[in-house]
Design a protein around this ligand. Structure first.
Ligand code: G1P
Length: 292
C-alpha cells in the first residue's frame, strides 16, 4: 500500500429499528444533531481526511440519503428569490466541489461485511476507508479518519479505530488483542466480533472507522456468516491479519454512539455546547432542568 486514501465507503442500508417509529420514514443516518444529519458529520470527516469519492451502500428505503446529496433546484430557486444567501450556501455545500457521491444498492441485508463487499467495483485495487455514521466522532483537532489516514500513509498498513469499553460491554463490539501497544497504536494479533466478556481477548473495542487494504474484498468473498447470522467485516479482518499487518489506533476525540438513544442525546448536548449561538442558552436550560 502507498499513497493517500481517496475513497470512503458508508454502509447506510441498516433498518435503524432502535429509532422506530422515527425511522419508519426517516433513515437513521438522516437523524439530526442540531442542524445536520448524522451522515453529514461522517462525510465531512472523510473529506477532511482527503477522500474525494464517497460510496454509499444503500437500499430502496434510503432515497432520502441520495436526495440529500443531490442538487435541490426548486429549493435553491426559492431561497435565491427570497435573498436567503446564507441558507443557500448551506444547501449548496453539502458536498464541496470535486467530491463525488456514488450509490450502490445492497439488495439483501447480509451484514456489514457484505455491505463493504458491495463497494468492490468502485474501490478497485487501492486502500480505502469505511465509516459507520452511527459512530459520530468529535474532536477539536484533526478528525479521527484524518489521523488514521496519516498513519496508513506512514506505515502502509490497514488501520482500525479502537477505544476502551467497560468489560461487560464487549458483546456489543468487535474486540481486538494487540502484539504491542504504545498507548496510541499497535499491531493487531486477534480480532473477534461481539465476544462475551469471559471470552474477550481485551477491552479494546472497534469503533466504526477503518482504513483497509483492498485485499479485504477477496477475503470477504469467502467469509461465511458469523455473529448474528451476518457476514461480518471483523471476520474478514481476522483473515487479513494472517497475511498483512493491521494496526489498532486509539484516536484522539470522543465517540458518540448515535445508534443508541443516549448517544444521540449526548452528541446533541455536546454540539449545542460547542455552538456559538446555542452554548449559553443551552447551558441555562440544562441548569434549570437539573434543578427541577
Ligand atoms: C459494527 C462492527 C463492530 C464494531 C461496531 C462499532 O457493529 O461489526 O465490530 O465494534 O460496528 O460501532 P454494529 O454496531 O453494526 O453491530
Amino acid at each position: 500500500m502507498s499513497g493517500r486514501i481517496k475513497k470512503a465507503v458508508f454502509p447506510v442500508a441498516g433498518l435503524g429499528t432502535r429509532f422506530l417509529p422515527a425511522t419508519k420514514t426517516v433513515p437513521k443516518e438522516m437523524l439530526p444533531i442540531i442542524d445536520r444529519p448524522l451522515i453529514q458529520y461522517a462525510v465531512d470527516e472523510a473529506i477532511e481526511a482527503g477522500c474525494d469519492t464517497l460510496v454509499f451502500i444503500t437500499n430502496r428505503y434510503k432515497h432520502a440519503v441520495a436526495d440529500y446529496f443531490d442538487k435541490a433546484y426548486e429549493l435553491e430557486q426559492k431561497l435565491e428569490r427570497a435573498g436567503k444567501q446564507e441558507q443557500l450556501e448551506l444547501i449548496r455545500h453539502v458536498l464541496p466541489k470535486g467530491v463525488r457521491a456514488v450509490f450502490v444498492t445492497q439488495t439483501e441485508a447480509l451484514g456489514l461485511g457484505h455491505a463493504v463487499l458491495c463497494a468492490k467495483a468502485i474501490i478497485g485495487d487501492e486502500p480505502f476507508a469505511v465509516l459507520l455514521p452511527d459512530d459520530l466522532i468529535w474532536n477539536r483537532g484533526e478528525g479521527a479518519l484524518k489521523q488514521m489516514a496519516d498513519l496508513n500513509q506512514a506505515t502502509g498498513a490497514s488501520v482500525i479505530a479502537v477505544e476502551d469499553v467497560p468489560h461487560d460491554k464487549t458483546g456489543s463490539y468487535g474486540i481486538v488483542a494487540t502484539e504491542t501497544f504504545d498507548g496510541r497504536h499497535g499491531r493487531i494479533s486477534q480480532i473477534v466480533e461481539k465476544p462475551k466478556p469471559e471470552e474477550a481477548p481485551s477491552d479494546l473495542a472497534v469503533v466504526g472507522r477503518y482504513v483497509l487494504s483492498p485485499k479485504i474484498f477477496e477475503l470477504l468473498e469467502h467469509t461465511a456468516t458469523g455473529a448474528g447470522g451476518e457476514i461480518q467485516l471483523t471476520d474478514a479482518i481476522a483473515q487479513l491479519l494472517k497475511s498483512e499487518p493491521v494496526n489498532a489506533y486509539r484516536f484522539e476525540g470522543t465517540r458518540f454512539d448515535c445508534g443508541t438513544h443516549l448517544g444521540l442525546v449526548e452528541a446533541t448536548i455536546r454540539f449545542a455546547l460547542e455552538n456559538e449561538k446555542l452554548a449559553q442558552p443551552a447551558r441555562e436550560i440544562m441548569k434549570k432542568m437539573l434543578a427541577e
